[in-house]
Every structure is written in structure tokens, then in C-alpha cells.
Design a protein around this ligand. Structure first.
Ligand code: ADP
Ligand code: ASP
Ligand code: MG
Length: 417
């Protein structure tokens, strides 16, 4: 019997009425003859609320947000949101006459690595679920975002992780398709909240979606795209509120025509740090970025400028959330005498804007057009990085929306290829 995976995000299960609405879509697929694995997120806002509670619990009254808390207990708390929606969805489906059963991560079990808070799925043995499907179960409602670590405790997969649960199930259960139902009816040329000129794409290549996701388009968690690409999962994004056709994420050769630039992503939670005047000698980059990596700082863009004789300035960007860790790692390394610097400049008011498209492989001039357009708008570029299919720039955060809108026009993204 063919199997479908259907994932419903937070806004799609925000209350009982929406859960019922989602259940109608599930029932429809059951009536078409599919076995269905439904993956649910927590009700919208719930995971944020739980994360906030963990912070409050760890900081004590009035203190600043804590820099450390026990990640195993963080997972114990934040995984609970999905438990509620999986049970509620199963009840609602049962009320509609569908044989549904909820599954928590450990019951499957969804086996993950030990990295609490950012675990990766290692395997999903299908025997337990297959046995229940072979009995009388028509729909398995799985709590997304969670798994079971080697320490026997619940783990979570990082924010947005239910997408990854869905794709991992689709791969493990040989699903015909993995449908991601969300609050937009597909993948757009850019976040439709930033410009109403954003255009829905019929198809997008895995590689493009991978770049867009990792550069800030949160419509799919990056890891879910990676998994789908590797396991050849047919991945579709569509609306839980209407029946419009969605967007298919597929191999490049399934796409007939595309613009040079397919989409624009942006990320507002970026910071730029500059070490002023470090020695310009072999090994200096390793000495700086080694301790940052050990401290778990996710370094993104890097630029090195020669400033004066034998000295260099080293600039890098990282998520704002990592700035305190980065500062401490650098100060500790300086105190140990690993390297010296005159000052550490912090700029926490930056955003990253990226244009992405596989067409860039065969077309020159995208970067130049992007830079010219930003210059015409009076937007200063602070750092640049490129890859084969993307150009990213760091700009002052206050220009983020303006820059995205203006680049969307400049690359004619509102027009179909
Ligand atoms: P869910 O709770 O269903 O997982 P998310 O909030 O994680 O939903 O992701 C959907 C949101 O992603 C949309 O509401 C939209 O604002 C945002 N988004 C960002 N970039 C894009 C894009 N290129 N296309 C569609 N949506 C995008
Ligand atoms: N509820 C989790 C989050 O908000 C996982 C998800 O929704 O994908 O990050
Ligand atoms: Mg999401």
C-alpha cells in the first residue's frame, strides 16, 4: 500500500479548529487509499513559550538570560509541545472515523545523535510502525522535532526540526511523497512577508532550496532539504488553508526554465566582529578560528584586510546569539598568548541578504548587478561572500527589507521565466 507523509507546522495546528481542518486533509488521503504518517509541530508560539520558560527557570528572578543550562532538560521541556498536538490530532481523526494513533519519538524510536538541542536523526527503524499499519492503524500521528538519544533521553532537532522529522520518515518508510503543509501556499521567490511582489515557484532545485534555507528562508529547515536531496524524497510545500498547488523541490534536470536568480533570502540575526591589528603570519587564521569552533561559534563570512606593515584586520560574521561566546573565546585565546589584537569591534546591527540561482553557474554579472543596485539605493555593503550559485552581502539591518524589495525588482523575480 502506498504511503504519504503529511507535515503540519505550528500555525496549521494552532487550535482545535485548525487541527480539524488539517485532519480533513489527512482523511481525504486515507480515502484515496494511502497509509499516512502525519508529522505535527507544536501549536504556534508554544515552542517559543517553552524556550522562554527554560531561560527563566535557569536564570532565577530578574537575572539576564542564562548562557548555560542543562541541554537534556531543555529538550525534556521543549519536546512537550509536539506531544500535545500529536495526541489531539489522533483524537480528532478518530472522531472522524479514521484509525489513528499518536507516536512520540521514543516509541518509534526516532534514533538521534547525542547533541541535545541540535540532534541529528540517525535512523528510524520501521518495524514497530509497520506492525501497527499491518493491524488496523490507518494513520500514525508522529510528534515532530524530537527523538531518542543514545543516553536514553529525549532529544530535539533544532528549531524548525519537524520538517526534518517529516523528510526522515518519508525516506525511512519509502513514502510516495512528503507534503509540508504550512501558512504559505508554496516556496516563493522571497519571503512573501517582505514583499507582496514575491512570486510562487512551481518548482525549485534541491541545491537552490538548500542555499535559501541555510541563508535564512525558514520555510524549510536546512537539514530537511539536505536529507530529501540525498534520499531522493519528493518534497512538496503547500498551504494547509487552501487547495492551491504548492511548490515541488526536485532535481535540477526536472526544471525546464528558470531565471538566472531564483530567489532571495535574508537573515536579520547576524553580527559582524573585527579583530583589529593581528599579526599577518602563517597560522594566524587557524589560531583565531580554532578556539571559535571549539566554543561552538558558527562562523559564516570571513574577510581579511592588510592594514599596516605586517598587521592585518580579521572580520567575520556569526549569529547574534553566538557573539558572547565568540568574545569570550577570543579574549581567552589572547590571554593565553595564542595571538594578540589591538581591539575587538562588534557590529550587532547587520543583516545578510543573499541572491541564489543555479543559473549563476552559466551567467556572469549577477554580483555586479546586485552591488550596483544596492549602491543606487545608498546601501553600504560591509562584507561579501560568493559561491557557485549564490552571492551574499552583509548590510545595516535597517536596510534589509528595502534591499530585498529593490533586488527583487532588479532581477525581475516577479516575472516568470
Ligand atoms: P511552519 O510553522 O509551518 O513550519 P514556518 O514559519 O517555519 O512555518 O515557515 C513558513 C514561513 O516561512 C512563511 O510564513 C514565510 O514567512 C517564511 N518564508 C521565508 N522565506 C520564504 C520563501 N522564500 N517562500 C515562502 N515562505 C518563506
Ligand atoms: N516546534 C518546533 C519549533 O518551533 C519545531 C517545528 O515547528 O518545526 O521550532
Ligand atoms: Mg517551520
Amino acid at each position: 500500500m502506498a504511503l504519504l507523509v503529511m507535515k503540519f507546522g505550528g500555525t496549521s495546528v494552532a487550535d482545535l479548529e485548525r487541527i480539524r481542518n488539517a485532519a480533513v486533509k489527512v482523511k481525504r488521503e486515507v480515502e484515496r487509499g494511502y497509509q499516512v504518517v502525519v508529522i505535527v509541530s507544536a501549536m504556534s508560539g508554544e515552542t517559543n513559550r517553552l524556550v522562554g520558560l527554560v531561560g527563566e527557570a535557569a536564570s532565577g528572578a530578574g537575572a539576564q538570560a542564562p548562557s548555560f543550562y542543562d541541554a537534556r532538560e531543555y529538550d525534556a521541556v521543549v519536546a512537550s509541545g509536539e506531544l500535545v498536538t500529536s495526541g489531539l490530532m489522533a483524537i480528532v481523526l478518530q472522531e472522524m472515523g479514521v484509525q489513528a494513533r499518536s507516536w512520540q519519538g521514543w516509541q518509534v524510536p526516532v534514533k538521534t545523535t547525542s547533541a541535545h538541542g541540535a540532534a541529528r536523526i540517525e535512523s528510524i527503524p520501521r518495524a514497530n510502525m509497520d506492525a501497527k499499519f499491518a493491524e488496523d492503524m490507518q494513520v500514525a500521528v508522529v510528534a515532530g522535532f524530537q527523538g531518542l538519544g543514545p543516553d536514553g533521553r529525549v532529544t530535539t532537532l533544532g528549531r524548525g526540526g519537524s520538517d526534518t522529522t517529516a523528510v526522515a520518515f518519508a525516506a525511512a518508510m519509502d513514502a510516495e511523497r512528503c507534503d509540508i503543509y504550512t501558512d504559505v501556499d508554496g516556496i516563493y521567490t522571497t519571503d512573501p512577508r517582505i514583499t507582496n511582489k514575491a512570486r510562487k515557484l512551481e518548482r525549485i532545485a534541491f541545491e537552490e532550496m538548500l542555499e535559501l534555507a541555510s541563508l535564512g528562508a525558514k520555510v524549510l529547515q536546512t537539514r530537511s532539504v539536505e536529507l530529501a536531496m540525498r534520499n531522493k524524497v519528493r518534497l512538496q510545500v503547500l498551504s494547509s488553508f487552501n487547495d492551491e498547488p504548492g511548490t515541488l523541490v526536485c532535481d535540477e534536470d526536472e526544471i525546464m526554465e528558470s531565471n538566472v536568480v531564483t530567489g532571495i533570502a535574508c537573515s536579520r540575526d547576524e553580527a559582524k566582529l573585527t579583530l583589529i591589528s593581528v599579526a599577518d603570519r602563517p597560522g594566524i587564521a587557524a589560531a583565531i578560528f580554532g578556539p571559535l569552533a571549539e566554543a561552538g561559534v558558527i562562523v559564516d563570512m570571513i574577510v581579511q584586510n592588510i592594514s599596516e606593515e605586517g598587521r592585518t584586520d580579521m572580520t567575520f560574521s556569526c549569529p547574534i546569539a553566538d557573539v558572547a561566546k565568540a568574545e569570550k573565546a577570543l579574549e581567552d585565546a589572547k590571554a593565553r598568548g595564542d595571538f594578540n589584537y589591538r581591539e575587538l569591534h562588534k557590529d550587532e546591527d547587520v543583516a545578510k541578504i543573499s541572491v541564489v540561482g543555479i543559473g549563476m553557474r552559466s551567467h556572469a554579472g549577477v554580483a555586479q548587478r546586485m552591488f550596483k543596485n544596492l549602491a543606487d539605493d545608498g546601501v553600504n555593503i560591509k562584507v561579501i561572500t560568493t559561491s557557485e550559485i549564490k552571492v551574499s552581502v552583509l548590510v545595516d539591518r535597517k536596510y534589509m527589507e528595502l534591499a530585498v524589495q529593490s533586488l527583487h525588482d532588479a532581477f525581475d523575480l516577479d516575472r516568470a521565466p
